[in-house]
Design a binder for this molecule. Structure first.
Ligand code: SF4
Ligand code: SF4
Length: 401
């Protein structure tokens, strides 16, 4: 269907284009070669009417409202593959795609599922719409008891930022318990915020809701200030990314590590505890916001290799060229929207790759992934034997916890 341009398009394009130049490295957009690499590496590039390079083309031509009149932008899962491979190093994900989403939200063009996640984040402090009072319910029954800082007020070495899906999702609760048991076995003096923890807000930010992101970050910042700890560890690469790269600009700055980095540093202490053989061929999936965005590739692989009986194999897309599970940048809340349009699930593509490289088990290090990949094993032909396990779960199994 042909779209009629509004007479205002050149000025909209101009204002929007100049606003991009004000963002960090945003002026690089001027250097776009129109080479199409971004569209080529984008997992939904084949489907998008306006993939990144084409959006830049519309900005140059002064016809940006061609983009905002489609819903093409909501196919972007903020995986950062385009940014990683752009030959002129344009920060496409942050400076272009996220800004276009913000513009769409301002114009009121937001898919309903996404609106629900935003509303829940605003109202309950998490996109799932769960009660904040139940945020530490997963810890019930763990011995020694998990230290909820608001109750004990004790200083700790490590503040564990648990995250939304690790706190509430039924598939993730056993994984979260496993990690708490590992911390206990290692003798780590740790605490959690429990009901005082809010969503890290990173996915809401990448989905274009900067206002909600800032509100959530400030709430977490207020909670951090109340307690004494040396460092923060996170179970979620998105929380890790927010705390490391986004919160400092809001004056919230603490040393932070993803749990795989934290455990990797203690591998000498961990190895003698890994008694049970986990005889399996494992393919490790690099989460976008752990690998491509933050450069953590080796720690998760080294942990997996230390488990007796494990043989590590690599999928076709690996390290910086990893394929997104489809959950980032709001993708977690846009499954129905994206399926209706593309009839493809990125998680299924990844499961096929795991089968192709002969893996029996797909190992992950992000709480978005076990439910996504397990669902995919039910729909991909011959994938029902493929197991999906989080790294903490595998360690706990080998430690017999
Ligand atoms: S990869 Fe970079 S230079 Fe090439 S079209 Fe995309 S934005 Fe432009
Ligand atoms: S961030 Fe990922 S999904 Fe979004 S445009 Fe870039 S490659 Fe495509």
């Amino acid at each position: 269907m042909e779209i009629t341009l509004s007479p205002l398009s050149p000025s909209i394009s101009k204002t929007f284009y100049s606003s991009l130049h004000e963002l960090k490295d945003g002026e690089r957009i001027r250097k776009c070669l129109q080479c199409g690499t971004c569209s080529g590496v984008c997992p939904f590039g084949y489907y998008m009417k306006y993939p990144p390079g084409k959006i830049i083309g519309t900005l140059r031509a002064g016809v940006f409202d061609l983009v905002t009149k489609t819903d093409s932008i909501w196919m972007c899962v903020s995986c950062s593959a385009c940014s990683a491979f752009c030959p002129t190093q344009i920060p496409i994900t942050q400076a272009l795609m996220t800004r276009v989403k913000e513009e769409m939200i301002l114009a009121g063009s937001v898919p309903a599922e996404l609106q629900t996640a935003f509303k829940n984040s605003q109202q309950y402090g998490n996109p799932l719409g769960e009660s904040p009072r139940k945020r530490a319910d997963w810890a019930t029954g763990i011995q020694p008891e998990v230290n909820i800082l608001g109750k004990t007020k004790q200083p700790v070495d490590v503040l564990w930022f648990v995250g939304d899906y690790a706190s509430y999702h039924p598939r993730m609760i056993p994984v979260t318990k496993s990690f708490a048991k590992i911390l206990n076995v290692l003798g780590i003096k740790f605490g959690i915020l429990g009901p005082e923890e809010s969503s890290d807000g990173d996915s809401q930010r990448l989905a274009g809701e900067r206002g909600i992101f800032e509100m959530l970050a400030k709430k977490n910042g207020q909670a951090f200030k109340k307690y004494q700890f040396r460092e923060i560890i996170t179970t979620d690469p998105h929380a890790y990314n927010a705390l490391k790269n986004e919160y400092p600009a809001l004056g919230i700055s603490y040393p932070v590590r993803h749990f795989t980095e934290f455990l990797f540093e203690r591998l000498d202490q961990i190895k003698p505890l890994l008694k049970k053989e986990v005889k399996t061929k494992i393919a490790y999936h690099d989460p976008c916001y752990l690998g491509r965005v933050n450069g953590i590739y080796d720690a998760p692989r080294e942990i997996l290799k230390s488990i007796p009986g494990v043989e590590l194999v690599e999928m076709a897309h690996q390290f910086s060229n990893s394929l997104c599970c489809g959950g980032g940048g709001g993708g977690m809340w846009l499954d129905g929207f994206q399926w209706e349009r593309a009839h493809v699930r990125l998680s299924e593509w990844r499961v096929k790759e795991a089968l192709e490289c002969g893996a029996d088990l797909l190992a992950v290090a992000c709480p978005y992934e076990p439910p996504r990949f397990e669902d995919a094993t039910k729909t991909v032909p011959n994938a029902n034997q493929l197991k999906v396990r989080e790294i903490a779960e595998l360690l706990a199994e080998s430690m017999d916890l």
